[in-house]
Design a protein around this ligand. Structure first.
Ligand SMILES: Nc1ncnc2c1ncn2[C@@H]1O[C@H](COP(=O)(O)OP(=O)(O)OP(=O)(O)O)[C@@H](O)[C@H]1O
Length: 548
């Protein structure tokens, strides 16, 4: 069965946008690759002239010697500049793609996060993102530069000594296959070693963790044998890797020498071959230098191919992520005229098709009402909140929040419409002010202080030397105070609705009283939906909706 072909369109579009955004970088990169390839090919040609002058009994012209030195230095400089440009170029492309990935994350529906574990999503951003840099820097662009170099060398050799040119054109594919074989074998040995080392690393802590049980059950011998097996695997893999590494260079050197020897023998053979292999001493020296140079690009191309193969897997993951269906932007909808704050009308919903969590649920909540949702664990209490927040859409029935379907409410409106408080405070990196504003510059300090006042935290924050400018640290507050901070964050934009999900689940009874008092002030004039069995027993007069 064939794997489904990945659709790389969004990745291509991102790369194209990066290229179009940095046209100068592209021009500079092409110029540097060309300059690097050309200058690296020139020194042996100058050397040829130097040797020819010497063998003709002439003095070496000073300019020629100077030119040789100059070209060697310039070739090195261009190569360094080319490598830097490739790195910078790769990073620009990766930067562009990472931004596209981040923007995509914002547009994904909540259902995506239900079906994809956080670790996999992170890996798309971190590991797969890195492979894109490799793909360009150590893959495609590097391969292009090395291919030009290889073609240039073959071309010059062909020009200087057609016989050798033909020989090398025939030999190059063989050299390439040989190099790839060694690279693959070395990489596979290195991978085996890494895996074996990984097994050893797991085995040691596992043994320490279970040391008592090992002694009690007399499993020492078994654990030792396992350890020995892993160590032997690693030892064998390292030996394999060293063997391939060690043998490759001599084989290449032997081939190199054999090629030069064939050329020399043919050149002096006096046979017909001589017309193809005949060359001056200078050309011979130059050609030998080129033969030595030909192996580096072949080796590089092999590694670059390897890098491309590895990066393709990352590219596939990124493409799959970018092709995920997105949230449909809320359609501007007129609010339905009704007196209720919240209406659930015959709502049916399940995260997984055919496994409904809520079935035909109906209720109405009046503005300013405080309602508790009760029911066993898994009954769907938090799900009601998620539906109200527009994170999911019900499969049946309808939901209205002040006459509007939640999914039609824009992100900006949401914070003005509802505030949420959960079991634990979720800090953000920043100051205390930012814990409340969540980086919304439109929220004034006056509003922040008012929210803190209602949440009964004003005194604590005023007591800090830097007040709202204090850097957030969990050690600044007790558990209960952190919940008060959650309340301040939820009410800073004076939302009409408060959603409270087990807000006192993790606090002691004294702190619970503080939270309750803060809540009484914060809830004033608002519609409040709470999930908390404990609080519902404390607030007996409030309405309760039981879920079964
Ligand atoms: N993201 C999700 N993907 C799939 N199933 C989910 C998801 N979130 C919740 N569920 C399932 O939906 C059901 C209702 O979950 P929900 O969190 O609404 O229950 P709850 O009444 O709030 O329970 P608890 O009191 O334990 O928090 C549970 O069976 C739960 O396993």
């Amino acid at each position: 069965m064939h794997a489904k072909r990945a659709d790389y369109t969004p990745v291509k579009a991102s790369v194209k946008a990066s290229l179009e955004a940095h046209p100068q970088a592209v021009v500079v990169l092409i110029a540097l690759i060309t300059a690097s390839v050309v200058t690296s090919l020139l020194p042996p040609l100058v050397l040829k002239e130097v040797i020819n002058s010497l063998t003709a009994g002439q003095a070496i012209p000073f300019t020629l010697a100077g030119l040789y030195l100059f070209l060697v230095v310039v070739a090195d400089l261009f190569e360094t500049a080319q490598n830097s440009a490739i790195t910078i170029f790769g990073q620009k492309i990766t930067h562009g793609l990472r931004s596209v990935l981040c923007a995509k994350l914002d547009r994904l529906p909540a259902t995506y996060f239900t079906t994809h574990p956080a670790g996999r999503i992170t890996s798309v951003f971190v590991n797969d993102g890195d492979t894109i840099d490799t793909l360009y820097s150590d893959g495609v662009v590097g391969m292009l530069a090395d291919s030009f170099k290889l073609i240039g060398i073959l071309f010059i050799i062909f020009h200087e000594c057609p016989g050798l040119g033909i020989l090398l054109v025939i030999l190059t594919p063989f050299l390439f296959v040989l190099t790839r074989h060694f690279q693959r074998s070395t990489l596979s040995a290195q991978r085996d070693n890494r895996q074996a080392i990984g097994r050893v690393s797991n085995h040691v802590p596992e043994t320490i963790r279970n040391i008592r049980m090992i002694h009690v059950l007399g499993k020492e011998r078994y654990m030792e044998d396992r350890y020995d097996t892993y160590i032997s695997e690693s030892y064998t893999a390292v030996n394999r890797s060293n063997f391939y590494d060690g043998i490759y260079s001599p084989i290449i050197k032997t081939i190199q020498t054999a090629v030069v020897a064939v050329m020399m023998i043919a050149a002096v053979s006096g046979l017909e071959l001589q017309s193809l292999f005949g060359l001056s001493v200078g050309s011979a020296v130059a050609v030998i230098a080129y033969v030595a140079k030909i192996f580096t690009p072949i080796e590089n191309i092999g590694m670059e191919l390897q890098n491309i193969q590895t990066a393709i897997a990352g590219l596939r993951h990124i493409s799959e992520f970018l092709n995920e269906p997105e949230l449909v932007p809320p359609a501007p909808a007129r609010p339905v005229q009704e007196d209720a704050a919240i209406v659930f009308d015959d709502v049916t919903f399940g995260y997984v098709p055919d496994q409904p969590v809520l079935q035909h649920l109906s209720f109405t909540i009046a503005p300013g009402e405080h309602v508790f949702f009760l029911g066993r664990s898994g009954a769907g209490k938090s799900t009601i909140f998620r539906l109200l927040l527009g994170l999911y859409t019900p499969q049946g029935g309808s939901i209205r929040l002040f006459g509007r379907a939640p999914e039609t409410i824009t992100a900006r409106e949401k914070r003005q419409l509802y505030g949420c408080v959960e079991q634990d405070f979720k800090p953000v990196v920043g100051t205390l002010r930012e814990q409340i504003t969540l980086f919304d510059a439109a929220i004034t300090d006056t509003a922040v202080w008012e929210a803190l006042r209602l949440a009964r935290l004003e005194g604590v924050v005023r007591g800090l030397p830097k007040g709202l400018d204090t850097d957030m640290s969990l050690s600044l507050f007790s558990r209960g105070q952190l919940q008060l901070l959650s309340i301040a964050r939820a009410i800073v934009l004076s939302p009409k609705v408060l959603l409270l999900d087990e807000i006192t689940a993790n606090v002691d009874s004294q702190t619970e009283q503080d939270v309750l008092q803060a809540l009484a002030a914060a809830a004033e004039g608002r519609t409040v939906l709470s999930i908390s069995h404990r609080l519902s027993t404390l607030m007996k007069d409030k309405r309760k909706i039981h879920l079964t």
